[in-house]
Design a protein around this ligand. Structure first.
Ligand SMILES: [Zn+2]
Length: 309
């Protein structure tokens, strides 16, 4: 079998234009306000482009009064996520020499069934599915996902308007563990990032409670908490069942994360197509790690979590 050198543990497909089944003109009018947001090109130019150029460096910390205005602007940038299907993701993986990508479902934008279908067509994509609160008990949904070939579970408390330690999240985490599936949970920012005005604030201790409530489940804290990385590191380092992905992090923060939790619990991830696989790889390579550490973060830790080792 070919040696696996590189796994992106955090990627998405953005299929909403196809899913809605309407012409893109109708979609733009009804669903994609971002595309007619006159200020979006300006925000992309003055905020997003420099953020990419500086390799995802944060000048703002969790307690700054500028966080909320920044999240409101980011929401306007994020609404216009470029679409990405299974073929375009694999084409980018080829360019970056990435062997596999974990693809995280985000219903309704990237529905569970569509993610499964795309991963069937492209076996280098590994499906993680998301239980939905309005569909019924999390445990039943997750046992159904396991039967259909899901390799892990995704939760996005901000998009789902849930606290990370909400009963639904805890039930999901416990059910994932009982099927031997890892769980990826978004961390960092408030609901404002996704245009939601009344959703839970970022509450770092809620992640601790989730980790404590599902000790048998391997839980990946996404983005290492974005700009709230130091708060996240402080809490999750105490839990043996916590892993962190380094999507949207600068080289310096990656070093802090590895230092705090050990290289065995850190995963390479990009958040493609919003995050760029190329930028995060460049940031990672600038760490100049020992080969053992580098191999673990780029592939071996992921292989263990995915039960592919
Ligand atoms: Zn993501």
């Amino acid at each position: 079998m070919k040696k696996i050198n590189l796994i992106d543990f955090h990627a998405h497909l953005h299929l909403h234009l196809d899913v809605i089944g309407k012409s893109s003109d109708a979609c733009i009018k009804e669903n994609c306000r971002a595309m007619i947001d006159p200020l979006r090109p300006f925000f992309l130019r003055v905020m997003w482009a420099p953020y990419e150029k500086l390799g995802y460096r944060y000048f703002i910390r969790g307690n700054s009064p500028l966080v909320k205005p920044m999240e409101r602007i980011l929401a306007r940038v994020l609404r216009g996520v470029p679409s990405q299907n299974e073929n375009s993701l694999v084409a980018e993986m080829d360019r970056q020499k990435i062997d596999y990508s974990v693809v995280l479902a985000l219903p309704p934008f990237a529905p569970n069934n569509q993610i499964l279908e795309c991963c069937r067509k492209q076996p280098r994509l590994i499906p993680f599915l998301m239980p939905e609160r309005n569909v019924g008990a999390a445990a039943r949904q997750i046992s159904d996902f396991a039967g259909k070939g899901a390799k892990g579970i995704k939760l996005h408390p901000l998009l789902q308007s849930l606290a990370p330690d909400d009963e639904f999240c805890i039930e999901s985490a416990q059910a994932a563990g009982s099927h031997g599936l890892p769980l990826v949970i978004h961390a960092g920012g408030s609901g404002l990032l996704f245009g939601k005005t009344c959703v839970p604030e970022f509450n770092v201790s809620a992640f601790g409670r989730l980790l404590a409530a599902a000790p048998q489940t391997r839980i990946v804290i996404a983005h290492s908490g974005l700009w709230e990385y130091s708060e996240i590191i402080e809490v999750v380092r105490r839990y043996k069942n916590a892993w962190l992905d380094i999507s949207f992090q600068h080289t310096e923060v990656m070093a802090k994360v590895i230092d705090a939790v050990g290289y065995q619990r850190v995963l390479f991830g990009s958040d493609s197509p919003i995050g760029k696989q190329e930028i995060i790889l460049k940031n990672f390579r600038a760490l100049n790690l020992h080969e053992t550490e580098s191999r673990a973060i780029l592939a071996e830790n992921a292989l263990k979590l995915l039960n592919m080792d």
